[in-house]
Ligand binder design. Structure first.
Ligand code: AMP
Length: 122
């Protein structure tokens, strides 16, 4: 899938629409999800134009990949969820119901998060 430069996270990166920022560095931006599913629900995105985890892991530099995962761990610690725990999730593609076509890693925390997938899954 070609990258859509008008997706909502591209617009956030360009400053065209606001976000509640929690972290930023040269390669990464993180902000609160607009529709939180847990007391802590933050989205961590690369600044580069990558559609999904598939695109990112195929085409991003080692520096970009390292920066994204370092940021996830750092943000979780700074938000106070490293203990007692948190979940990260990245939906990639149609079967995963990826809604925004710019790679984003969800960080969920602040309450017990239940099972990994709904019981009806499988
Ligand atoms: P996904 O289904 O993994 O693509 O998740 C997309 C996420 O982006 C959802 O959790 C939305 O609530 C969130 N979202 C959509 N628009 C915004 C926005 N403008 N600011 C923050 N989060 C957003």
């Amino acid at each position: 899938m070609a990258y859509d430069p008008d997706n909502v996270f591209a617009r956030i990166l360009r400053g065209e629409i606001p976000c509640r920022k929690v972290y930023e560095d040269d390669h990464v931006l993180a902000f609160h999800d607009i529709n939180p599913q847990a007391p802590v629900h933050v989205l961590v995105i690369p600044k580069g134009a990558y559609v999904s985890m598939d695109d990112f892991t195929a085409n991003a530099s080692d520096q970009e990949i390292g920066a994204l995962f370092r940021a996830v761990g750092r943000i979780a610690r700074e938000l106070g969820v490293a203990e007692p725990g948190y979940r990260i999730l990245a939906n990639a593609g149609a079967d995963a119901h990826q809604e925004v076509p710019h790679l984003h890693i969800h960080i969920f925390g602040g309450r017990p998060l239940g099972r990994m997938l709904p019981d009806s899954a499988g």
